[in-house]
Design a protein around this ligand. Structure first.
Ligand SMILES: Cc1cc2nc3c(=O)[nH]c(=O)nc-3n(C[C@H](O)[C@H](O)[C@H](O)COP(=O)(O)O)c2cc1C
Length: 206
């Protein structure tokens, strides 16, 4: 499957075959791909919870207002991020860069994030969003379907996964083999409505 086929065929699938699991080899290939996603300053602040425990799945399903994919899917991942990763041994993020690049980047990382809580959170969500799309496309490439999810009680999920302080939850992703195909596409906006050249047109900026 090429990348365009994966993009076209990825759909939000809500029901999964419960008897089909993901092999460990596929899971490793999936996560190795996810870890190649870009992050600003390469800080890789994402943290992933792979939910393998059946009881934990059921509790998370309750927290997600009973959405079937949470318990049915072969894999369930909760995508989180450490908003303080920028100051946690940042030399790791530039370890393979030349020394002069490291000397330039380390203060830049500090200045970019220091005392900027909104930026820390924005970047966490941005990075998890990019990782999520890599995950869903890689899953498709491996022959699996997926569903991104924010339809859950964030506080309950945080409690269930023991979310540490200074961490945020971006979303969950269910991955498995579809039991039911996704609904027809709900309605895509035309390119002309969402693409502008050089600047917002006055009528859009109102
Ligand atoms: C961040 C995000 C959160 C979503 N949350 C849910 C969810 O909680 N439950 C669900 O069934 N679908 C969820 N979806 C799926 C969307 O409804 C779906 O992606 C959208 O309707 C477009 O359909 P498609 O992904 O099949 O192209 C979510 C999608 C995104 C990107």
């Amino acid at each position: 499957m090429n990348i365009f086929q994966a993009i076209e065929q990825r759909r939000a699938v809500k029901h999964y075959q419960t008897n089909k699991k993901m092999s460990e080899m596929d899971f490793k290939t999936l996560m190795d791909s996810v870890l190649l996603s870009p992050t600003s300053y390469n800080i890789q602040h994402w943290r992933f919870i792979r939910v393998t425990d059946v009881d934990q799945r059921e509790k998370l399903k309750d927290a997600a207002w009973g959405q079937a994919q949470v318990s049915e899917a072969a894999e369930l991942l909760v995508l989180c991020a450490d908003v303080n990763a920028w100051k946690d041994r940042p030399e790791r993020y530039v370890a393979n860069s030349p020394k002069d690049t490291q000397d330039m980047l380390l203060p830049m990382i500090h200045n970019f994030y220091h005392e900027k809580e909104q930026t820390q959170r924005d970047e966490a969500m941005r990075s998890c969003g990019i990782a999520a799309q890599t995950m869903m496309l890689a899953a498709k490439g491996l022959g699996y379907d997926s569903c991104p999810m924010v339809g859950f009680d964030r506080d309950k999920v945080a409690e269930l996964i023991c979310l540490p302080d200074k961490h945020v939850i971006a979303m969950m992703i269910a991955i498995g083999h579809a039991e039911k195909a996704a609904y027809p596409r709900a309605g895509q906006l035309p390119l002309s409505e969402v693409l502008m050249e050089n600047q917002f047109h006055p009528s859009n900026a109102e």
